[in-house]
Design a protein around this ligand. Structure first.
Ligand SMILES: Cc1ncc(COP(=O)(O)O)c(C=O)c1O
Length: 395
């Protein structure tokens, strides 16, 4: 697919489709081998040992690099594995500037693992250039951004921040999990490295755990290739195949996730039991304008606050179509309670200061019919109100 630049929908649908040289199979096969014969001493087919390079994974990695407009792609055993490999670029004494609101697992990796190796992090609102300047230290090596953030959907201006980072000799790393390259391509906006939990929208079916790294620049890409192989947290051939299979329909799914999320966010905005809805697709979201300048669409996940924390438990119990579960980005709608699930490893005082409190729910909107999802929310909120009001009367 290299001679002509196809639109992203076409590139996605054709991942691995025209690469298999022997049989012409339309889907690239799963090469389950870990070892590859050498034709003779000093010669290689390009594949020697599957941790270093594996055929099915290589097709996925090439596709990832092309989709994110990078030079190299690396498929990893999870999003956390991808993050660990990227953070291993840094050494004891190095400092990172990190988005204030971010996935709890990334916070845990930085605070409980990387800290043991002498890598430190400051958490700031990455859209505030003066806050970045205040946080910068002589040993600062990189800025790590989620945009939108998980779960509060804060938006960072990737162009402005990566320009600032470049001016100060820092790397810009963007976790692009929530938007995917279909809607946002951070490397085109100036970032050096993009990371994904491919478990989410890229896989799209809540059935494969995977991570991706895409890098720009020869030297950086070689360094990451070295770490990917040295650490060994690579994606297996079957998972690589399954991830590619999911990615083929990414464009269709993202459009539907987006339209469903917008319709439901609007509905919840006007609901008497909801005090706030955090969704960058709503014009009153503070990041709305920036989001529109750097991405072509919106994610299918948003968070909202119920007016009374006592609603949380009955809402989660009464949902019928929407599952109470801990992930995002799949075709099935999932509701998450970040304070006790995805973000439980962030200390309560840090969570509360950021806004991940006991009234916040995160909704990963699937591709079901929006009206059915609204109906499910409506009945669960009504049942929760009845329980809470009934309980109050009995007190
Ligand atoms: C934004 C973000 N980054 C990274 C991760 C980690 O990915 P994984 O669960 O695939 O290890 C997650 C997981 O929820 C996430 O939401």
């Amino acid at each position: 697919m290299s001679e002509k630049r196809y639109r992203i929908e076409s590139v996605l649908a054709q991942i691995g489709s025209i690469e298999e040289p022997v049989t012409g199979a339309v889907n690239y096969p799963i090469y389950q081998a870990t070892a590859f014969r050498h034709p003779r001493l000093g010669q290689s087919t390009g594949f020697d040992y599957s941790r270093t390079k594996s055929p099915t994974r290589a097709v996925l990695e090439e596709a990832a690099a092309a989709l994110e407009s990078g030079d190299a792609g690396f498929a990893c055993s999870s999003g956390m594995a991808a993050l660990q490999i990227v953070f291993t670029l840094f050494a004891s004494g190095d400092h990172l500037i990190v988005s204030l609101d971010l996935y709890g697992g990334t916070y845990r990796l930085l605070e409980r693992v990387l800290s043991k190796y002498g890598v430190t992090a400051s958490y700031v609102d990455t859209n505030d250039l003066s806050a970045l300047e205040d946080a910068r230290q002589p040993n600062t090596k990189a800025i790590f951004i989620e945009t939108p953030t998980n779960p509060l959907m804060m938006i960072t201006d990737i162009r402005a921040v990566s320009q600032w980072a470049r001016d100060h000799g820092l790397l810009t790393i963007v976790d692009n999990t929530l938007l995917t390259p279909f809607f946002q391509r951070p490397i085109e906006l100036g970032a050096d490295i993009v990371v994904h939990s491919a478990t989410k929208y890229l896989g799209g079916h809540n059935d494969v755990l995977a991570g991706l790294i895409v890098s720009k620049g020869k030297e950086l890409s070689e360094e990451i290739a070295f770490l990917h192989n040295s650490i060994g947290a690579v994606l297996g051939p079957t998972d690589s195949y399954q991830l590619m299979r999911g990615m083929k329909t990414l464009a269709l799914r993202m459009e539907r996730h987006q339209s469903n999320a917008l319709a439901i966010a609007k509905y919840l905005q006007n609901h008497p039991q909801i005090t706030e809805v955090f969704y960058p697709g709503l014009p009153d979201h503070p990041g709305y304008e920036i989001q529109n300048t750097q991405s072509s669409g919106n994610t299918g996940i948003f968070s909202f606050r119920v007016s009374d924390s006592r609603y949380v438990d009955p809402v989660l119990r009464h949902l019928k179509l929407i599952a109470f579960a801990e992930s995002l980005g799949g075709v099935e709608s999932l509701m998450t309670y970040p304070a006790v699930q995805t973000h439980a490893d962030i200390p309560a005082e840090v969570r509360d200061a950021v806004g991940v409190d006991d009234r916040l729910l995160r909704f990963s909107v699937g591709i079901e019919h929006a009206d059915d999802l609204i109906q499910d929310l409506e009945q669960a909120l009504a049942a929760a109100r009845a329980e809470v009001e009934g309980g109050s009367k009995n007190e």
